[in-house]
Ligand binder design. Structure first.
Ligand code: 5AD
Ligand code: FES
Length: 387
């Protein structure tokens, strides 16, 4: 069974009415560029359904250039380990996948890769791994954060992407020197979330974690998967409204990509047609999110590149302003495949750095080397940590 069929049976994207009236489209784009948060749910849906994607992407890119300049901020990603306590139905490193060779980087290795990001002027490192909750894990991360903070200080941003944790753990990591936290809500629709996860995975706990992270003073990022089976344009419009309601500083979202070793992906064929549709929807989400939120950081994620060699550049030209090059040693990359077709599996970090630099230059932008790249949204509304 192809996902095309699943989607069209359940909740066809095309069911939403598409305005073909050019001047109405222009009016809506002009309105969205004027001030943030001024669109209704119906208008968000209409933008997501725009057929004239060139005009949509152009407007979002123009707005991004006006607010953030023609520059791209980098965050090097260190994939620390693929051992995961969660069993999400879409994810290749889910606990229940016996075909994954599990690994865990040592403290020294993680610090070395983070140091490389610092020396290469990435300005920021993201520490990502499967979701684990234990005192040993908390202390392990705490030691790593302290060591990175020792050489990087507060001008080198430490971002954590380590899943749901208790308030106490988030607080300890913040005190150790972390600055940012990424925790994707995956979908803002609790009913859809329930279909994509086992019963003991809780949407409300994830929401609560996001609230705690913000209250503690982290620069907080979240995001969703786009083009999930059963997801509608209404859901995606709600996701964008959710980003605003949560007052997020950064958005990291990308198209859903099937993985054959997962319950959700096993019957989906990654055809060219499917890839094109997922890419287009992913780019539209970036553009509409930029047009609605204005001054947040939005990542052109690797999942876009899995669908098209130039997927990330297209993401930048649709309004994204952040890229996240892989800074993990090549030997581990193959074992960290959340989805299939993951790019750069055989590349090394230096090659990815050069590649990215030229790709950014080729679209007329430049990389902002050696700066943290905080979003104006965060800088302008700087929340003081309560610790
Ligand atoms: N396709 C796209 N994104 C995925 N993620 C996990 N599995 C997939 C997949 N099959 C994303 C989730 C998670 C992030 C680390 O990777 O959104 O939060
Ligand atoms: Fe890795 Fe291009 S980003 S080779």
């Amino acid at each position: 069974m192809s996902l095309e069929k699943t989607i069209s049976h359940e909740q066809p994207f095309l069911m939403n009415s598409v305005s073909r009236n050019t001047s109405a489209e222009e009016t809506l784009l002009a309105k969205s560029m004027e001030s943030p948060g001024c669109l209704t749910h119906e208008e968000l849906c209409a933008l997501l359904a725009f057929e004239n994607t060139d005009a949509l992407f152009e407007a979002a890119y123009r707005l991004k250039c006006r607010l953030l300049g023609r520059k791209v901020a980098l965050r090097g990603i260190v994939e620390m380990g693929n051992v995961c306590a969660k069993d999400c139905y879409y994810c290749g490193i889910r606990r229940g996948n016996p075909n994954v060779k599990r690994y865990q980087l040592s403290e020294d290795d993680v610090v070395r890769m983070a140091r490389w990001c610092y020396d290469m002027e990435y300005g920021s490192v993201v520490l990502q791994s499967g979701e684990l909750e234990s005192e040993a894990h908390t202390e392990f991360i705490e030691r790593i954060i302290r060591r990175i903070h020792d050489f990087g200080g507060d001008s080198f941003s430490i971002t954590l992407s380590l899943g749901e944790q208790s308030e106490e753990v988030y607080r300890r990591w913040l005190e150790a020197g972390a600055h940012r936290y990424l925790l994707r809500i995956e979908t803002s629709n609790p009913a859809l979330y329930a279909k994509l996860h086992p019963a003991d995975h809780s949407h409300s706990r994830r929401m609560e974690c996001l609230r705690v992270l913000k209250r503690l003073g982290y620069q907080t990022g979240s995001g969703v998967m786009i083009g999930l089976p059963g997801q509608t344009l209404d859901d995606l419009a709600d996701d964008i409204a959710f980003f605003r309601d949560m007052d997020l500083d950064m958005i990291g979202m990308g198209p859903y990509l099937p993985h054959r070793d997962t319950p959700l992906g096993r019957d989906i064929e990654l055809t060219l047609e499917y890839a094109a549709k997922q890419l287009k929807l992913g780019l539209k989400m970036i553009a509409v999110t930029r047009l609605y939120l204005h001054d947040v950081n939005i990542a052109a994620t690797t999942a876009l590149q899995a669908l098209d060699e130039r997927g990330r550049e297209q993401g930048l030209l649709a309004g994204a302003n952040v890229m996240m090059p892989n800074a993990t040693d090549t030997e581990y990359r193959r074992n960290y495949q959340l989805y299939e077709n993951k790019p750069c599996l055989d590349e090394n970090s230096r090659k990815c750095r050069n590649c990215l630099n030229w790709r950014v230059i080729a679209i007329g932008e430049r990389i902002a080397w050696g700066v943290r790249g905080d979003s104006p949204h965060f800088t302008n509304n700087h929340r003081r940590p309560i610790i």
